[in-house]
Design a protein around this ligand. Structure first.
Ligand code: MG
Length: 197
């Protein structure tokens, strides 16, 4: 089957929910205003909405993988109740190399899934017949934009989360996004204005 479906890949922290560091309490995961409505617009445009998130908490022994699953259940619940929005798939990388701080042996390894590597995007493309070159990645870090470019997607940097600090040069490194958006709603407006859609 040809890879013909177009996707919008979404980072989690700082794009969908407020960036508050490692989230130990479920109630500390809260959506950024306008996000649920923006995701629903993507759903209505028949773009495949795919979460792609690095979550190194389990590798750092901050909490278990079941806690990450519970956070994603809360995230999908909030999207649904606020605007009837849905994520079509969730890809999460819990792995971290020892040199980067991994300590729990179950999750401590170098992984092609960890951004800015492209493993999550490649897996999603295989699983769901996605055309990466016709797809978009929305993130708040330079590493999100790097992953988009590494995979041939268009990369959008939002100014929520770490985005403003990336742009001012005091977080990570210089990024070369295809578009800089105020927030996810602005990013979705830019995506839906694409004439090829
Ligand atoms: Mg983020």
């Amino acid at each position: 089957m040809a890879n013909t479906q177009r996707a919008v890949f979404l980072d989690r922290d700082g794009v969908l929910n407020q960036e508050v560091g490692y989230i130990h309490a479920l109630e500390d995961l809260n959506l950024i205003p306008g996000v649920a409505e923006a995701v629903r617009r993507l759903n209505q445009a028949n773009l495949f909405c795919c979460l792609v998130t690095n979550q190194s908490g389990p590798a750092r022994s901050y909490y278990g993988i079941d806690h990450v699953d519970a956070l994603h259940q809360r995230l999908t619940h909030l999207l649904a109740v606020e605007a009837g929005a849905r994520l079509d798939a969730i890809y999460c990388c819990p792995y971290l190399s020892p040199s980067a701080g991994g300590v729990n042996p179950e999750f401590t390894r170098w992984s092609t899934w960890r951004k800015p590597n492209t493993g999550m995007l490649v897996a999603a493309a295989w699983d769901h017949h996605l055309d990466l070159q016709q797809s978009f990645m929305v993130g708040d870090k330079a590493t999100d934009v790097d992953m988009a470019r590494n995979a041939g997607c268009r990369g959008i940097l939002v100014q929520t989360g770490y985005g403003d600090r990336v742009l001012s040069g005091d977080y990570q490194h210089h990024a070369q996004p295809d578009y800089i958006a105020r927030d996810l709603a602005d990013a979705v407006g830019w995506i839906l204005a694409d004439e090829s859609l």
